[in-house]
Structures are given as C-alpha cells and as structure tokens.
Design a protein around this ligand. Sequence first.
Ligand code: CDP
Ligand code: MG
Length: 136
Amino acid sequence: MERTFLMVKPDGVRRKLVGEIIRRMEQKGFTLEAARMLVISRELAEKHYIEHWGKPFFEELVNFICSGPVVAMIWKGHDAIALTRRMVGHRDPHQALPGTIRGDYAALKTENLVHAADSPEAAAREIALFFNEASP
Ligand code: CDP
Ligand code: MG
C-alpha cells in the first residue's frame, strides 16, 4: 500500500470536474484518505512548485494555481503513485492519451486540471506541505 498526493487544480474546480476525478480514482480501487479545499497562498505555491522555480512558465503557473480553490487529496492504494500518474496523463496536451484525465478533459498546457506526485519523495513532501503545515 502506498499513499499519493493528488490535487484538483482551480480549472478542475471551476469546470466542476472534482466529482469525475474522485469517481475515476475510486473506480480504480484507490481509497480516499483525506481531502481539503483551499485557496493556495503564493508562499505555498512557490514551495509546492519549487522544482520549477526560474523556468519561463513559473510565474504563470503560480498565478494560475492561486487563482481559485483547489481540492488537495491523499489517496491510498497499491502502487498508487505511479498508477495515479498514468491516470492523470501527460503534461503536454498533444501527448496526453484519451482515457487519461488530461487526455479526456484538458487541452491547455498550464490549465491541465490535476497535479499528482511523481515519486515517493514528492508524495511525502506534498502531503506534509498540504496536510501538516499549510494554512489556507
Ligand atoms: O504536472 P506534471 O508533473 O505532469 O508536469 P510538470 O512538468 O511537473 O509541470 C508542472 C505544471 O507546470 C504542469 O502541470 C503545468 O500546469 C505547468 N507547465 C506549464 O504551464 N508550461 C510548461 N511548459 C510546463 C509545465
Ligand atoms: Mg511535476
């Protein structure tokens, strides 16, 4: 059993896809362990996306992720980290396959509905960031 961090981004909340994303994760067999809705502060956004600091899209990404409420979640299941990434699909809308969340619902490179941890280290870090020390 593994825990992963999955977040519905502001576009997913605006487009009312929270239920659809949770449905897909439950249907896969994963268990929702915790969830919280919050508007991310700039400070939390910069911590969360620290690996992208200084990249050309960083400002746009931080502004976007702070632009409305998100739903942050902890999901539990067998190989949950890698399998959730597969269900989310590729970041590039031209490469995100149909059947994935992004492939089925997203066409833009920044507004792509979901974030999912990409390693055990990232999952632990992001869970701590959003569920231990984050303030809305
Ligand atoms: O989200 P994921 O881990 O699949 O992709 P990433 O490469 O870690 O990038 C993080 C996020 O930055 C993406 O999900 C996009 O929202 C955004 N991004 C962007 O706006 N423009 C890019 N050229 C690359 C990423
Ligand atoms: Mg990433």
